[in-house]
Design a protein around this ligand. Sequence first.
Ligand SMILES: Cc1cc2nc3c(=O)[nH]c(=O)nc-3n(C[C@H](O)[C@H](O)[C@H](O)COP(=O)(O)OP(=O)(O)OC[C@H]3O[C@@H](n4cnc5c(N)ncnc54)[C@H](O)[C@@H]3O)c2cc1C
Length: 472
Amino acid sequence: MPDATTRSITVFGGGLAGLSAAQKFTAAGWDVTVLEIEPKVGGLASSWTRDGYTFDHGPHRLYSSLESLNDHFKEVLDGNWHYRDRLSRIYMQKRFFDYPLKASNVVKSLSPWLLFRSFADYAAVRVRNAVRPIPDDNFENWVIKRFGRTLYDLFFGMYTRKAWGIPCTEISADWASQRISLLSLWDTVKKTLFKPKNTPRTYVSRFLYPKTGGIGELGRGYERMILRDGGRIECNARVHKVNVEKGHITSVTYEQNGELKEHSSDLYLSTIPLTMLVPLIGNGPPPEVDRAINGLIHKGIICVYLKLDRPQLTPDHWVYIPEEHIAVHRISEFTNFSEDAAPEGKSMVCAEITSTPGDERWSMDDADLIKLAGANLVELGLLSKDEVLDGGFVKRVDYAYPIYDLTYRGHVRSVMDYLKTFDNMVSSGRQGLFRYGNMDHSIAMGHAVARRLLENSAIDHEEVAAGEEYFG
Ligand SMILES: Cc1cc2nc3c(=O)[nH]c(=O)nc-3n(C[C@H](O)[C@H](O)[C@H](O)COP(=O)(O)OP(=O)(O)OC[C@H]3O[C@@H](n4cnc5c(N)ncnc54)[C@H](O)[C@@H]3O)c2cc1C
């Protein structure tokens, strides 16, 4: 794609995938322009400070299994980082369960009847699987085969159904293999009893986080480096049209402050949602690609930020709430990430509620959402009504999660094959690859694109976070 004369690139989207790539290109002396629709960079990993509270889109723990990438995060954060010892638990039936599950905790917390059922149907499923192997063809089968139906219903099925808003038989097993930390109930027991040093999947027990400013400091760090090296970042700039001639992108038209502007470069890197990008290219995609685009579904979330009149709700970084009569599915507490995230003696939690543009919850008033989330936490017995202070905030995130349903892989393949028909454009990042990855994956994708284009490396950014590796 690039040749010796290629020296300029336009990056669509100023999230971590776009910024991490842009930083490498500016460092290499290229002419770089980043177009970001929001008033500031950071994307999903943004933070805000208001009334003395600093908050993110839910919990954002920063970690990579590659030490070189952890060192890179520290460099970008320029000294503003510390380690946190992770605590995340499940809260149900008014009890906390360790997450990942610990056998000792399950034994202590479940009633004798449920405990008996859990082990009995785990044994039954192992026998059934030995006679006729249960296929790993969807999330439900993947988990039942490894944990039995009782534990699936209690800890995995209920939460996943609630957070994703679709039945677990319609969710791909890819999601289970990347997000469940232990491989079976037997693994859980072994890990608790024998505490082996090396388990097949390593749970992230310590992570990085900025000392001040929230996770958005990472995007701000990239921004500083890009501007220092002569790059350009245009905020409030929405990619409006991608202009094409014979399979070659000639320019991009973007809308900024009500004005349409045009910009051209040798190459284009898109990190905006695939489903948003493709209809903007030329005269639009052929019908089969259009069908694939329509088959790719995102789940949104509503982040409800509650100001609390107490210094701490729980010591957890985040808590999963599977019970289906409660709207909130996870809470995170920012003062557990960074002590100065709230005024002295106060705290703030982010209560996440699954929702998608157009549904009933999405159009609820902010005040009603704040009331609903507060009432949920009171009903759970986590706080009393008078501990929720006035003046909470709400943020709606439309492209929060790509839904890994049973057909997504084929659709993504068709769209990526179509994009490869353009000779000077690459799509990458969580949104650009429709990949349910973490921050480190988006940064690794940005770096992989940069290495491929700058060094002609054979590294394939599409392979990042694509396999069965566990994301911790
Ligand atoms: C609730 C939640 C919790 C999470 N927790 C963690 C965690 O604990 N650890 C972790 O590592 N990861 C976590 N993640 C994932 C992490 O936030 C993302 O993987 C990462 O930030 C994605 O970066 P990205 O650049 O690939 O995508 P994005 O951040 O989505 O960037 C895409 C950018 O494109 C911009 N854009 C969109 N449309 C246009 C347009 N038309 N024109 C111009 N710009 C446009 C967007 O504004 C955005 O800035 C979490 C995500 C969520 C939603």
